[in-house]
Design a protein around this ligand. Structure first.
Ligand code: BGC
Length: 537
């Protein structure tokens, strides 16, 4: 059997933790369009999510982070918000959102919602008025409107490029240009303006009053722009969300915004949190967002960007832990999300390597993020026909990969039926035929399935409180290409990242393994290629 799980043993080893809930939480990202469709229109929605919450409880996660579900023209799949105090009709109503939060809490799940403060939709009331009321109007100063360069203002105000490709400026009919680091339908707010700051503090309160447990803050590093919006000059093309020092990313002025948000979070009981999506040049810069009076967590994109290589992994794990220690924040770990190629495909070793990577991630101290469908071993869907694609990066043809739709294909729940149980209708992106075998139904109860591996891993993690706790791993001796470390409370993890079996001495009894393993009576084990083993030692 692939997965050995001795929960009783793990339970006896459990150690209570007195730290905040988020410090070692496993947080599951729901992408609302693609999770479950309650009304059969082919698009996921809040009623669909509500029905599936027991699945998430049984999976064993602590919290759910929902990508945006607010009123939006969907130019960037909801990351273009027109009104934070309304739910897009495609996803349901505020009443549904209230029900979702209540249901989740009843099941013991926390709820984190997405906030997109860098920009609004071009259909946001403020922006529509700004366009209408013309140059010099009060509403224009809530965004970045500027005259152009050149004799007749026909050139953009500076040389910045949009993350999705093309210039970061679009010219309004009256001749002024407005800034959009992403699509033209996503104009950037001017965070120097007090009304913008007030509005977001009010939005925070609105959702905190609704009962949410935290916010994932989109492009948290982008809000403040360098004074005077200077040209970048000679600079290599930036990648999606930028990981370089740029006049519109990771400016020091951004931190005072998060300090003011922290005060609001702390007005509420129940440990409400802020999670930064901050692409910064180094993990040390990321730590700045997590000083004790700022946010609670940040995504660890350096970890996500690391290949399947023992030396590189060990280095990034140490760097990440070292960077967070001085600010007292937990490190986070993430392999997949709605913006990147799913890790099963990205790491290049199929489901076997993906499973090994997942068990490594879940053995590390701190908080871990799971993107919907990775627990099913879903691959990236390649070769989607152009006519079904909706990613604006694809249309502007110069985004991070231009193919973010491939990780957003709706979840398969059942082996049969229209859209594999996603809903009673079709699905907004077509699901590959092989997904029948990857459905929740097909995998449930099969001890060799990836779904059961995740369920087991999360059960061990939950029972064994030491696993997510702490700020260090104790590395132990291992052959080349193998990572071996111990965690408090009699737990060890071994990862063979090579393509060959490696013979090691078993450090203890197998708790869980990502692939079948046989330990010889004298404790020798040929650790198979691309395999992670959790041990009770
Ligand atoms: C989100 C993307 C989105 C972009 C612009 C990112 O951080 O995760 O999906 O396209 O921000 O809002």
């Amino acid at each position: 059997m692939t997965q050995h799980l001795d929960l009783d043993q793990a339970l006896t080893e459990a150690e209570p933790t007195d730290t905040g809930w988020w410090r070692d939480a496993v947080i599951y990202q729901v992408y609302p369009r693609s999770f479950a469709d309650g009304n059969g229109d082919g698009m996921g929605d809040i009623p669909g999510i509500r029905e599936r919450l027991p699945y998430l409880r049984d999976l064993g996660v602590d919290a759910v982070w929902l990508s945006p579900f607010y009123a939006s023209p969907q130019a960037d799949a909801g990351y273009d918000v027109a009104d934070y105090r309304a739910i897009d009709p495609m996803f349901g109503t505020l009443h549904d959102a209230d029900g979702l939060i209540r249901d989740a809490h009843r099941l013991g799940l926390r709820v984190i919602v997405d906030l997109v403060p860098n920009h609004s939709s071009d259909q946001h009331e403020w922006f529509k008025r700004a366009l209408r009321e013309g140059p010099g109007s009060a509403l224009r100063s809530r965004y970045h409107f500027l005259p152009g360069k050149g004799e007749n203002g026909e050139l953009p105000p500076n040389d910045w490029e949009s993350v999705f490709g093309g210039p970061a400026w679009t010219r309004a009919e009256d001749g002024e240009w407005f800034l959009h680091l992403f699509a033209p339908e996503q104009p950037d707010f001017n965070w120097e303006h007090a009304a913008v700051r007030d509005e977001f503090r009010s939005i925070l309160r609105f959702w905190l009053d609704m009962g949410v447990d935290g916010f994932r803050i989109d492009v948290a590093h982008g809000l403040v722009k360098a004074e005077g919006l200077p040209d970048i000059g000679d600079h290599e093309q930036l990648k999606l969300l930028g990981n370089d020092v740029l006049p519109f990313f990771d400016q020091d002025g951004v931190h005072e915004i998060y300090r003011s948000w922290r005060l609001i979070l702390e007005e509420y009981d129940g440990e409400r949190i802020g999670v930064a999506e901050a692409w910064t040049p180094t993990v040390d810069r990321t730590a700045n967002y997590l000083r004790p009076d700022e946010l609670h967590q940040a995504f660890n994109f350096q970890y996500l960007s690391t290949g399947w290589d023992a030396v590189a992994l060990r280095e990034v794990i140490d760097l990440s832990l070292d960077a967070m220690r001085p600010v007292g924040a937990p490190t986070t770990w993430v392999l997949s999300n709605h913006d990147v190629v799913r890790h099963l495909t990205r790491l290049g070793g199929g489901v076997r390597r993906a499973r090994a990577a997942s068990l490594l991630m879940l053995a590390l101290p701190g908080s871990a993020y799971i993107y919907q469908g990775e627990e099913l071993g879903l691959p990236e869907v390649t070769g989607l026909p152009d006519e079904v694609r909706q990613d604006p990066a694809f249309f502007r043809a110069a985004g991070q990969d231009g193919f973010r739709d491939g990780c957003r294909v709706p979840m398969p729940w059942t082996a049969e039926g229209t859209s594999y149980g996603f809903g009673a209708g079709g699905s907004w992106l077509p699901q590959p035929a092989e997904w029948e075998l990857l459905s929740v139904e097909a995998q449930s109860g099969d001890p060799d399935s990836t779904l059961e591996l995740y369920r087991s891993a999360l059960a061990v993690r939950r029972a064994h409180a030491g696993l997510g706790a702490g700020t260090a791993v104790e590395w132990t001796e291992a052959p080349a290409g193998v990572l071996a470390f111990r965690r408090p409370g009699g737990f060890a993890c071994t990862v063979n990242t090579t393509g060959e079996p490696v013979t090691i001495q078993a450090p203890g009894r197998v708790l869980l393994a990502s692939a079948p393993v046989e330990v010889e009576p004298e404790g020798v084990i040929a650790l198979p290629a691309d395999t992670t083993v959790w041990w009770a030692v």
